[in-house]
Design a binder for this molecule. Structure first.
Ligand code: ADP
Length: 484
């Protein structure tokens, strides 16, 4: 079985969120699955700096897509045998800023073309005359940036190769003005409801959902939720008609990168057998962030994009109360300016208790995950979420809302789940300030009961959240798609 895994980001080459973690880890897990007999290649754009992070890089082909000449480079993900094909076109991809936005955070105005080219190249590589001299049996597309791939494969190149489209977040759809259709060389007669039109716009996401042979999303609960008005962002009807082809598979984590026993970002490693190192990490974190160094202050961690989805706007109004209760907060993230400014103001007001680091910082994200006592994730919707999985693994029980992958991965703490050793975290009754405050307060109360807390930590740390079982579910999906 040959798989072409198409994505717009992959850790550690380029990352803005969970999609990168999945794209960096799932292909590795598939490749090492005992039942996988084949080959998987990851395709992504060569943004600035990507080629230098690959190992054994070499130029392998050139290809023209949407009137743009591209050079294809082959290399390997660091410390892995997974091959990456990077599409080099400096006009499109060699820029300062992020993969989707410029340095000020504004979307690149040619994103339709940039990801149209990615989608087009993926389709061309699935043809029999592919310049790689290698043809996939399955093209596995991820999120809107790759959404046109199945369209090109079906309508333009008419290749008999199967495609899967995985939804990592319905909220980002890649909807563009209709005038990009000719630049993207799409057959205009399919710009209608039964094609790639979404309310008079070209939608990359809709195209993926409509033309892919199979669909998947990143947790079983989210796969159901997106078929409803509340979570479907207007595409719930289409998803409902395709429910038979829609599978929910929970993400795993890369245990090479996220393991407290081997994590090189931490001052001291620790494990579920010997957790004492966690205290040293907490102390170092308090010191680094300018918080008062106090092992008895419950330290709450947040690492997140600041977007409405994440529900972090629930925090500022309850922070004075949390501080009065003696809690500390270590927050890392960026996004909505009002929220960034709000946290900065609270840090000024409560410098011993509140720390906010605005920006992206991989080592600090590991240290917050390990040094915090609790991890806060009150998302309004969460396709899967990875941070709560990291929290479980790092003995930092997550406080989550009951949605998507959070509902599928965190077991609420109740007298019963404490007793039968299944409690792993805390689930909000409602996504409100009051519910968040009340849940944090009950969790902190339990945290002070060291015996019960060790149990909850242990339950989480011993939960298998690695990719191994989910990789097998993807392989089942690949088999099912091939046998269609
Ligand atoms: P999403 O993909 O919606 O942003 P996930 O929980 O699925 O949320 O994945 C987020 C990933 O990005 C995690 O690996 C998290 O640690 C990381 N992350 C988010 N914000 C930051 C940040 N400011 N610095 C470092 N890592 C971050």
């Amino acid at each position: 079985m040959h798989v072409l895994f198409v994505t717009s980001e992959a850790f550690p080459l380029i990352k803005t969120g969970g999609l990168a973690d999945v794209s960096g880890a799932l292909p590795k897990a598939i490749k090492s699955a005992a039942s996988f007999n084949g080959d998987i290649k990851v395709l992504l754009p060569a943004y600035r700096g990507v080629l230098s992070k690959l190992t054994a890089v070499k130029e392998v082909a050139s290809i023209e897509a949407l009137k743009h000449s591209c050079t294809l480079f082959s290399g390997y993900l660091p410390d892995s045998d997974v091959e990456v094909i990077a599409i080099k076109n400096d006009v499109l991809y060699d820029r300062a800023g992020g993969p989707y936005t410029d340095e000020s955070g504004a979307d690149w105005n040619d994103n339709a073309l940039r990801f149209g080219v990615l989608s087009r190249v993926a389709s061309l590589l699935s043809k029999q005359d592919s310049p790689l001299n290698w043809q996939p049996d399955i093209v596995h597309c991820n999120d809107w940036q790759t959404g046109l791939t199945p369209t090109y494969m079906k309508l333009v190149d008419q290749v008999p190769v199967k495609s899967i489209f995985s939804i990592h977040n319905m909220a980002y759809q890649g909807n563009f003005d209709v005038n990009v259709i000719s630049q993207l060389e799409l057959p205009a007669q399919h710009f209608n409801m039964n094609g790639f039109e979404f309310y008079q716009q070209l939608s990359f996401m809709k195209a993926g959902l409509f033309y892919a042979d199979q669909l998947s999303s990143v947790s079983p609960t989210y796969a159901k939720e997106i078929q409803t008005v509340h979570y479907g962002f207007g595409l719930q009807g289409l998803l409902k008609t395709r429910a038979e082809q829609l599978t929910g598979i929970l993400n795993g984590i890369d245990t090479q990168d996220w393991n407290p026993a081997t994590d090189s970002h931490l001052i001291k490693p620790y494990s579920d057998k010997n957790i004492t190192g966690k205290k040293a990490v907490k102390k170092a974190l308090q010191q680094q962030l300018g918080l008062s160094i106090n092992p008895d202050a419950p330290l709450l961690g947040v690492v997140s994009r600041f977007a409405y989805q994440k529900g972090l706007d629930l925090l500022p109004p309850i922070i004075p109360k949390l501080v009065a209760d003696g809690c500390q907060l270590a927050i890392l993230g960026s996004g909505e300016k009002a929220l960034e400014d709000g946290f900065v103001a609270l840090q000024k007001q409560f410098p011993n208790n509140i720390s906010i680091t605005v920006g992206y910082n991989e080592p600090m994200s590991h240290n917050i995950m390990a040094g915090a006592d609790l991890f806060i994730m009150p998302s309004r919707f969460e396709p899967c979420g990875l941070n709560q999985l990291y929290g479980l693994t790092y003995g930092t029980p997550p406080i989550v809302s009951a949605t998507g992958g959070l509902a599928d991965s965190v077991r609420d703490t109740t007298p019963e789940t404490i007793k039968n050793n299944t409690a792993t975290g805390f689930v909000l009754k409602n996504v409100t300030n009051a519910s968040l405050l009340g849940t944090i307060q009950s969790a902190v109360k339990l945290w002070r009961d060291k015996q019960v807390w060790r149990k909850i930590q242990k339950n989480g740390m011993q939960t298998d959240v690695s990719w191994s079982s989910s990789a097998n579910l993807y392989l089942d999906l690949y088999e099912k798609t091939l046998s269609q």
